[in-house]
Design a protein around this ligand. Structure first.
Ligand SMILES: Cc1cc2nc3c(=O)[nH]c(=O)nc-3n(C[C@H](O)[C@H](O)[C@H](O)COP(=O)(O)OP(=O)(O)OC[C@H]3O[C@@H](n4cnc5c(N)ncnc54)[C@H](O)[C@@H]3O)c2cc1C
Length: 422
């Protein structure tokens, strides 16, 4: 007898309930597909990549192909917010700084031009004037300033997508680990098996398993995706009493979301989630096994302390962070996403969305749409897929060729110093 009764048959089964899977489930249910979302842990858990207090959304990228995607993602964030009836995004501007000869920052400026994104290139004096001396750069640095920045509240956003998916008819199940996906030779489509002995049938399946994608895909079909889990620390620093307003988000003098190019690449968000604290972190970390993490708290890197002291002119206490959290990136060698059919025996029935390399959150609505498009139509509307194909690693193990510096350094030693991870 067939173990899949009607209630276990779906148009789309989504594996992994982080932001990408939840957005995919929403996009799918919205189009009327019978949708199932399976998550191995509790929904909104803190063991993956999508939890926490803030994620930057910015249109500035060294790679020209992301800016266009962000602009469309913005529209889709607004659409989802209006479906939900509440906001997950707070607007501010975006500031990118770095040495004038930094290739990535130069690429950011040319990508702004190529995509006709309104932006200003500022020297150290112009920057001081624009931001009323709240941030300072050396004379040999430049800044790229755009109005297109902001902060997304991640846990609230994931919950929004899950609620919307549920409202549109999706079935959401947590604490259900997917242990295998097999081609259904009889009916076509796939069979999805879980650790509690259940079995579901899907016409299509999307795998959005974050840092676990490599393990799951390898188990399912033997393919080794070059996706490395990296544990990354997030730190909050205290703004000295009396200056808190200067670094807050909102209002006419809203402080920007920011990124500093160079080694290490440093990023941050204005004061929003914890009064008096500002998030400033290094875009990097240590490779890890997602099932056996060290849970290290905050690297107290000298380079980061020095950066905070100099850029914020002593107004942010750089002696040590006061609040630390831990999160995971899933890194590809070229820091570009993997959005493609799994292929092999599954043909076009299983689609993978992974390797979001520490910059995917802002893209979740468009990635969800792309994954559903791919699953049901075999192509994506308005987005070029060639940069995200799995096959790029066969042509070149490093993936897409780039003639500028890596953004993420995953060569931080456990003691927080920059080291060499071969
Ligand atoms: C500290 C930090 C800061 C970041 N900052 C930014 C930022 O400012 N801007 C930005 O755009 N992006 C940012 N990112 C990146 C962004 O958060 C991630 O790209 C995004 O959250 C990835 O989502 P995901 O759904 O792919 O992965 P996850 O959120 O990890 O979701 C994958 C889910 O799949 C589940 N799963 C795995 N295997 C199975 C299985 N076998 N069965 C069932 N479920 C399974 C996991 O439990 C998990 O819930 C940041 C990331 C971190 C960690």
């Amino acid at each position: 007898m067939d173990s899949c009764s009607g209630s276990r048959i779906f148009d789309l089964i989504v594996v992994g309930g982080g932001v990408m899977g939840s957005s995919t489930a929403y996009q799918s249910a919205k189009r009327g597909y019978r949708t199932l979302l399976l998550e191995q842990f509790d929904f909104l858990h803190h063991r993956g990549s999508s939890h926490g207090e803030s994620r930057t959304i910015r249109a500035t990228y060294p790679e020209h192909y992301y800016s266009k995607m962000v602009m469309e993602a913005w529209r889709l964030w607004e659409e989802a917010e209006s479906d939900a009836g509440f906001r997950v995004y707070t607007k501010t501007s975006q500031l990118d700084v770095g040495p004038a000869d930094n290739k990535s920052l130069k690429a950011v400026a040319s990508s702004c031009q190529k995509n006709s994104l309104p932006h200003l290139i500022l020297n150290h004096e112009q920057l001081a004037l624009k931001f009323s001396s709240r941030v300072s750069i050396p004379e040999n640095w430049v800044a790229v300033s755009t109005e297109l920045g902001g902060v997304i509240r991640p846990t609230k956003a994931v919950s929004m997508f899950q609620t919307l998916a549920f409202q549109k008819g999706a079935l959401l199940r947590d604490n259900v680990e997917v242990i295998d996906i097999r081609r259904d030779e009889v009916r076509g489509g796939v069979r999805v098996y879980t650790s509690n002995g259940e079995e579901f049938l899907g016409r299509k399946c999307v795998v959005t398993a974050g840092a676990w994608a490599k393990k799951l895909v390898q188990k399912v079909c033997g393919l080794e995706l070059p996706i490395q889990a990296v544990e990354t620390p997030v730190s909050y620093w205290r703004i000295k009493p009396g200056h808190e307003e200067k670094y807050s988000i909102g209002g006419v003098d809203s402080f920007p979301t920011f990124a500093s190019y160079g080694n290490p690449y440093i990023y941050g968000t204005p004061c929003l989630e914890f009064p008096g604290l500002i998030k400033i972190a290094i875009h990097g970390g240590c490779p890890c096994d997602p099932d056996n993490r060290p849970w290290r708290q905050g690297f107290q890197l000298d380079a980061l302390k020095e950066w905070i002291d100099k850029r914020f002119q002593g107004i942010v206490d750089s002696s040590g962070s006061v609040l630390n959290q831990s999160c995971m990136y899933s890194m590809t060698p070229d820091e570009d996403f993997v959005i493609d059919f799994l292929g092999r025996e599954f043909g076009q029935d299983v689609v993978v969305g992974g390797g979001f390399s520490g910059h995917g959150f802002k893209m979740a609505p468009i990635v969800g749409r792309m994954l559903v498009d791919l699953a049901f139509t075999g192509k994506t509307e308005g987005v070029e897929l060639k940069y995200f194909k799995i096959g790029r690693f066969q042509e070149n193990p490093k993936g897409n060729a780039k003639d500028y510096e890596d953004q993420v350094s995953f060569s931080l030693n456990p003691d927080g110093q920059l080291g060499c991870m071969e």
